[in-house]
Design a binder for this molecule. Structure first.
Ligand code: ZN
Length: 499
């Protein structure tokens, strides 16, 4: 081991351990922390973050990187660690401290304002903060640098190497195919099945989720499942992957599909190669790839005919009153029931990505200076009407519904759709190589699929760029084709109509 690598590795491990403590804070805040503890915890978290930032931006890290970048004899995993650390180091050192400070303060106050503006339906309260955030994001992008256009620098944070041009092309193709397809599927959907809205005991929902995630491969010796209002998954450290799910008193499917979604994220984290020791090259490289896993287990697996057939008898055991007389066909239709909704987080598999496309189009227009922040609410409502044929009556149900923009998370939304498109393309490829997975899924057995994912996704961790990992599987750049075909086939069968 070269001396410079040994020194950099020790520093990276220290940064990782500080991050581990921060993540435990984050999990604790969402799951356990008493309300009154929030303020002190936020301060403790900021202190930890400051220490980690100082460790990363230490000029000695820059010296070590310079030395190692010239060393061709390094093994591939060390080269990957050097490459990723260079990205992080440049991002952290190129942005002037005054800008970092103003951004952090603005995000805090803007988020607080959003929590008040949304229930009051008052976009004007948010407008000055959003205007300033967009301005600061532009300055940040310029400080970091970009080649094609400024927005590239924003996407790159969440989706390394992906460009605006690529994402724009992907959405254009998707919107073109999905808008008419969604309209015709929605028109065919009919009445909402009654069993979807009935009282379901929440303790039994949690018990079912615990059973379900283990069934498909979640290792409870290396992780936990808990409950939180907004489900999420976080790796605290090696052997400690925590996921949460939610329960609702008057429906059961939300909880099941949230659990399958988060289990997808968790299986990815648990499948990362142990030998990379949680260093940068041993982590998940992109949000799009992460989301490809959650959506695959939620949708391609969870909402499939064989898997819903597997789940139903177990659910009937737990909820005989609600589901005892529900037939398999009714249940499968219910699990895939699409509806026009104004709210993204309640959207189904058919319409969800139109909600995302709307956000992408608007934030890009805003960032390019083609749309003034003041005109955002109207543009939102117009676009919602053109995509789904419904129009929000309030900004609370429109432009104010998500917290993302209030904290300056621009460039984040596209990764949701990228993940959806990946999930369909990857699943196709898995079945092309393994043969149909129907018989496995009918038994609730995910092991062959997991083995394939391990080989094609997990073991590459961040040794390679996410786009390369994906393109190797798909055989070229991602397109909307496999996803549109998947929806068409599935819903043609469910509604016995050719879509
Ligand atoms: Zn997710």
């Amino acid at each position: 081991m070269s001396e410079a690598w040994g020194e950099l590795k020790a520093r990276l491990e220290e940064i990782r351990d500080l991050g581990s403590a921060q993540k435990l804070f984050e999990w604790d805040q969402a799951v356990l922390l008493p309300e009154k503890g929030g303020r002190a915890r936020a301060k403790a978290g900021a202190t930890l973050e400051g220490v980690a930032h100082a460790r990363l931006t230490d000029p000695e890290v820059g010296v070590l990187l310079g030395e190692l970048e010239g060393d061709d004899s390094l093994p591939d995993d060390q080269k990957a660690n050097v490459r990723i650390t260079r990205r992080e180091y440049d991002r952290a050192t190129k942005v002037p401290p005054a800008l970092v400070k103003e951004m952090a303060e603005l995000q805090g106050i803007s988020y607080q304002t959003w929590t008040k503006a949304k229930p009051k339906n008052d976009f004007k309260m948010m407008q000055p903060y959003l205007e300033r955030l967009v301005e600061l994001k532009k300055q940040e992008a310029d400080a970091i640098g970009w080649e094609g256009e400024r927005y590239d620098a924003l996407i790159d944070v969440f989706e390394p190497d992906m460009t605006t041009a690529e994402v724009e092309k992907m959405f254009a193709e998707l919107v073109d195919g999905l808008t008419p397809l969604a309209q015709s599927i929605l028109d065919a959907a009919g009445e909402k099945p009654e069993f979807l809205t009935a009282p379901y005991e929440e303790d039994k929902q949690m018990a079912f989720s615990h059973w379900l995630c283990e069934q498909i491969g979640f290792d409870t010796k290396g992780g936990r499942l808990d409950q939180s209002p907004h489900p999420f998954t976080i790796q605290i450290g090696a052997g400690d992957v925590r996921q949460t799910t939610r329960t609702e008193p008057n429906t059961v499917l939300d909880s099941i599909f949230a659990t399958l979604h988060e289990t997808g994220h968790a299986l990815y984290e648990q499948g990362l190669p142990e030998e990379l020791e949680g260093l940068p090259a041993g982590t998940v490289s992109s949000l799009g790839l992460h989301e490809s896993q959650s959506r695959m287990w939620e949708n391609q697996v969870g909402r499939s005919r064989p898997f819903t057939e597997f789940m139903l008898p177990h659910l009937k055991d737990k909820f005989p009153k609600n589901l005892g007389s529900v037939s398999f066909e009714e249940f499968h239709r219910g699990a895939n029931y699409p509806a026009r909704t104004l709210i993204r987080v309640h959207a189904d598999e058919v319409t969800y990505n139109l909600h995302v496309a709307l956000r992408f189009e608007l934030e890009l227009a805003m960032f390019r200076g083609d749309l003034a922040v003041a005109d955002l609410p109207g543009a939102w409502n117009d676009q919602m009407e053109s995509f789904l044929g419904i129009r929000p009556e309030t900004d609370s149900d429109g432009v104010l519904q998500d917290m993302h923009w209030s904290i300056g998370a621009l460039g984040y939304f596209p990764t949701y759709t990228l993940g959806t498109l990946y999930s369909a393309a990857f699943f196709d490829k898995a079945e092309a190589e393994l043969g149909s997975l129907d018989d496995d899924l009918k038994k609730g057995n995910g092991s062959r699929l997991l083995g394939w994912l391990d080989e094609n996704v997990f073991r590459h961790a961040y040794l390679r760029a996410p786009k390369e990992i994906a393109e190797d599987i798909i055989g070229g750049p991602i397109t909307a084709g496999p996803f549109l075909e998947y929806l068409r086939t599935k819903y043609s069968e469910i509604y016995d109509t050719e879509f």
